[in-house]
Design a protein around this ligand. Structure first.
Ligand code: KIV
Ligand code: ZN
Length: 516
């Protein structure tokens, strides 16, 4: 049965990116990196940041102290096993914190008790009692977690939770440690715990779900339906094995389906993408393109039917606005599946308003281009549009670049504005220098470069080099761009782009003078 509330319930966001997330393979962070991430999480509006596990390493202790000195408004939490040494190490790490929380956990399931802890039920209960009480001697805010809680015999789980509450725990976290539970089981488990455990109504119940079956978000939402008022999440869902409940997915589910869940968080959703990208850079782990909310494709549309629908009404294929989570806008990716309407819309955004017939021609050229490359970028469309003008200028037919002793040698074959073939060879200090010298000598245009840059556009098999040049000529600046799979060829195309622009400019100036 769903909880029916007329008033929206506040759900605390407990972020464990820096603890459960950081302890997963490939995600470790230095204390300084944790501080950078903690600042971003605080700005994002999380209620609690779990900064680490002080008993486990010097680095975790340093990170807790460093973050504690700086972040004064967010509750900062550290993890401890139910061992006095761990609890004391955590208490020391929290000493400088303005809002400290001590998190104590022990496994409660029969499997863990028998094989991992080798402890009886009574020993586990006694350990909970003494360590939660010890933690309360240091701080008022104590969280207790029943590791492998969802696979624990329910009578024992209830006893463990009752003992922790009686010993002073203020938050009770029930983890689905191995991501085994289903949403229905989760919802009813929380309902029963809250209804039956003595003192349950005086504490906050929390869910901590792992994603082994891809159910971490669904299970966390179900726990909220069952009465949980804190969820433990990580940015981009990083965490042990398949990870934890992804912050961005849970928060947006609560926001987009607010009327259904009747629950809300304090997250500034417009900061989600920036925070996600910061984490991706810090740990060097990009999210997959189709990752919900923060993946590159989350608001990208390529198919003609979808693009057409989106151009008519964005609600046809988007349930949230990209700006609500921090993306600049929806992305209409132009590729093989795109239709005329999307190409026309993109051309208009670039300033080209075409007649029907012109659009037919450009659309045919666009389709031909899509046979060669997966994605057609704005620069490609601009190149298509400039085709007419470019045919009046110099065009690159072929080029070779190689060694000439200590120097480089380039040979270029061009067609000139009248269609005549030109060949030229030149040497230079490097391949690009030689190439530009050959182009200058073939065209008779001597360009004085102000800047020259190359960078990569696109990803993986579709990646291409883009070269950008700028030159100053008679007090005017001319920019040129060239794109190719080969960065040397991209550089030649950029050089010719500038030279042709300059020539067009000169011939336009001449025509104006004659007309005058
Ligand atoms: O997954 C888990 O059970 C945990 C606890 C230590 C909270 O991470
Ligand atoms: Zn965990």
């Amino acid at each position: 049965m769903r909880l029916v509330n007329t008033q929206s319930q506040y759900v605390r966001i407990f972020d464990t990116t820096l603890r459960d997330g950081e302890q997963s393979p490939g995600c470790s962070m230095t204390p300084q990196q944790k501080l950078v991430m903690a600042r971003a999480l605080a700005e994002l509006g999380v209620d609690v940041i779990e900064t680490g596990f002080p008993a486990s390493s010097q680095s975790d202790r340093e990170a807790a102290a460093l973050i504690g000195r700086e972040l004064r408004d967010t509750t900062l939490c550290v993890l401890s096993r139910c061992l006095p040494g761990d609890v004391q190490a955590s208490a020391r790490a929290l000493e400088g914190s303005a809002k400290p929380r001590l998190h104590v956990f022990i496994s409660t399931s029969a499997l863990h008790r028998e094989h991992k802890l080798r402890m009886s039920r009574e020993q586990v209960l006694e350990s909970i009692r003494s360590n939660v009480a010890l933690a309360r001697q240091y701080v008022d805010d104590v969280e207790f977690s029943t590791e492998d809680g969802t696979r624990t015999e329910e009578d024992f789980l209830q006893q463990a939770v009752a003992v922790a509450i009686a010993a002073g725990a203020t938050t009770i976290n029930v983890p689905d440690t191995v991501g085994f539970t289903t949403p229905e089981e989760m919802r009813s488990l929380f309902q029963r715990l809250i209804a039956n455990v003595p003192g349950a109504r005086d504490v906050v119940f929390s869910a901590h779900c792992h994603n082994d079956l891809g159910l971490a978000v669904a299970n966390s939402l179900a726990a909220i339906e069952g009465g949980a008022r804190q969820v433990e999440v990580s940015m981009n869902g990083i965490g042990e094995r398949a990870g934890n409940c992804a912050l961005e997915e849970l928060v947006m589910a609560l926001k987009v389906r607010g009327a259904f869940f009747n629950a809300d968080t304090g997250i500034d959703t417009q900061r989600i993408v920036a925070t996600s990208q910061l984490l991706q850079r810090l740990v060097g782990m990009p999210v997959q393109r189709n990752k919900a909310v923060v993946g590159a494709n989350a608001f990208a549309h390529e198919s003609g039917i979808h693009q057409h629908g989106m151009l008519r009404h964005r609600g046809t294929y988007e349930i949230m606005r990209p700006q609500d989570v921090g993306w600049p806008d929806t992305q209409m990716v132009l590729g093989r599946h795109s239709g005329r309407a999307a190409v026309e819309a993109r051309l208009r955004a670039l300033g080209y308003w075409l007649e029907e017939e012109e659009l037919d021609t450009v659309f045919e050229q666009f389709k031909a281009l899509c046979e060669k490359q997966r994605v057609v970028e704005d620069a490609d469309l601009q190149a298509l549009m400039q085709d007419g003008a470019e045919s009046q200028g110099y065009r690159l037919a072929s080029m070779t670049v190689g060694d000439a002793g200590h120097r480089a040698r380039a040979t270029v074959e061009l067609s000139d504005p009248e269609g005549q073939r030109l060949f030229e060879t030149a040497e230079g200090d490097g391949p690009v220098d030689a190439l530009f010298a050959a182009l200058a000598s073939a065209t008779g245009v001597d360009l004085k470069l102000e800047s020259y840059q190359v960078h990569s556009v696109g990803l993986g098999a579709d990646a291409r080099g883009e070269a950008n040049l700028s030159v100053r000529y008679e007090d005017r600046e001319y920019d040129g761009t060239g794109t190719s799979k080969d960065i040397i060829e991209a550089s030649a195309l950029a050089w010719l782009d500038v030279a042709n622009r300059l020539l067009r400019q000169r011939s336009a100036a001449k025509s104006e003078a004659v007309a005058a």
